[in-house]
Ligand binder design. Sequence first.
Ligand SMILES: NC(=O)c1ccc[n+]([C@@H]2O[C@H](COP(=O)([O-])OP(=O)(O)OC[C@H]3O[C@@H](n4cnc5c(N)ncnc54)[C@H](O)[C@@H]3O)[C@@H](O)[C@H]2O)c1
Length: 309
Amino acid sequence: MKVTVVGAGAVGATCADNIARAALCEELVLLDIKEGISEGKSIDMMQTATLLGFNTKIIGSTNDYGKTAGSDIVVITSGLPRKPGMTREELIGINAGIVKGVAENILKQSPNAIFIIVSNPMDTMTYLALKATGLPKKRIIGMGGILDSARFKCYLSFALGCSPNDLNAIVVGGHGDTTMIPLIRLATWNSVPVTNFLSADQQKQIVADTMVGGATLTKLIGTSAWYAPGAAGAALVESIVRDEKKLFSCCVSLEGEYGQKDICLGVPVVIGKKGWEKIVDYKLDAEEQASFNKSADAVRNMNDVLKSL
Ligand SMILES: NC(=O)c1ccc[n+]([C@@H]2O[C@H](COP(=O)([O-])OP(=O)(O)OC[C@H]3O[C@@H](n4cnc5c(N)ncnc54)[C@H](O)[C@@H]3O)[C@@H](O)[C@H]2O)c1
């Protein structure tokens, strides 16, 4: 098993670190365009091998795609992160060119790889990767909903005073401050609806906090967060490598599911060794479906911007 992570910045390096620690592959390549950064971080990570007890060989590469050849999974994190006050959507101009170029280079070396897209605006970058590579849709997975769902569970656990691991909760729709939809109606605490334990105001606050979860951290840190995004990317890699068939909210190509087509958007999917295997229909109620449609409209508008770049 060989995994490549493109972009050795905050998210890419954290994702690679998590992949190595969990010993998910024999070979892990970290590639970046900035001279030396991926080689340096790879050696630093290799030097944790005896401390953490893994055997993964980690190889750094400054833009040499030859080293990525034959990868089974590629995680694309290259591109600018947002600064405080920015939306993810504002990154489209620069990141579209980066993601397209990277996806094409990767494809030449690893025609059978499963792609995980992290770069923002992620829904549009996933759509772009799907179109630019022409790969079967099940091999293109956008990472966003899994992170937003982890944030949702975190805020729910604060309010309930419980372990986040006892919660089941999912965020669908776009990966944007105004496009994501935390499905609080369906969230449970060990099978009991969380709505049984939370006032309407508390529920509203948790949903609002989740939606701006990334922006809150960007304001505090001064740049976009990386621990949870890196771990979320690695969790997807793990479900593929170990064929776990975990159900995650991921951005995938819709062809009529959830009432949408010709778009990549966050829905519950089963992740296994072939990529995303099936979309699970959560049977949204009328209000949730209306929010989903609104989210799709916003993402579609962003996808249209690709035509003018
Ligand atoms: N989908 C999500 O849930 C999620 C979460 C967090 C961050 N992000 C996004 O992930 C991306 C990376 O964030 P970060 O915090 O790691 O940023 P960062 O600036 O720390 O790292 C980005 C890296 O990409 C590299 N890069 C730029 N162009 C490249 C190219 N053509 N080829 C190879 N490498 C290239 C840069 O040199 C840099 O090292 C951003 O777009 C950010 O918005 C997405």
